[in-house]
Write a new protein. Sequence first.
Length: 282
Amino acid sequence: MVLHDLTQKHQAILEQFKPLQRTGKAVLSDLPSLIEWTNRFKGDDTVLFGQLQPRPQLVSIIDYHGEGAPDLKQGQGDPSANYGRHTALYQFPVSDEWKRWTGISGKALTKDEFGEFIEENAKDLLDPTPKLLSGNIDGAEPWEQRMIEVAAQLQGRFGQYSTLVQLSRSFAVHETGHLNVTTNRDTGETQVQFLDEHRTPDGQPLRLPNLFMIAIPVFEEGALYRLAVRFRYRKAGQDVRFFATLYNPDAALRDAAREALDEAAQHTGVPLMMGIPEIGNR
């Protein structure tokens, strides 16, 4: 005689026409879809798990463990334990605008490269408001106050779109040098310093804005975020290189992700926890 375990065969027969349990992981492409998916299937034990690092993501687990302490009755197991087999994942795809600006951030660009980039992405640039130009925070909007503070921290001023376009089309700089001699009359020490100055072709001191402002979505189909961009140039011989560097982009990324996580929790009405779940994350 041979002993046969028919458990799996019995289960296969039971699931031939209808599954015994909802399982699987849905990978969703936008936040409204994850919210709709969660609302469609949620129950008393449904939870959301959010994560900001190393990249933002949101996991919805429909059949998470139930609330309360484990109840380990002899031979019966814990009635609040679940498998966490029915889940959805949203990984916050960044926008094309975010990819373009982070792609050139901090990189040396020729005059032509900088000009083409500015003209091709002109829709992203914002001209500074009168408050930003004056630096007066009285009566300024909250976002204007933040930008004024950024300009103060960087000791800079915001430029307009027309200024950037003009720079990319016709930019000529002359370099002059002179000696700066200072003498300490008490000790008789003399310090000699050679100073380089960049001037316009007509000899006037070169004054350029070192900041400009853009408004781009962080995530696909997301809200626009205002970002300050640091502008500088470097002269080496007859060549000039331009640099456009996003100021503190990680903060904007975190703020946008946190705002989206809070929106998901609000519209689903289920708990939101930050971290990686012990089940349902496969």
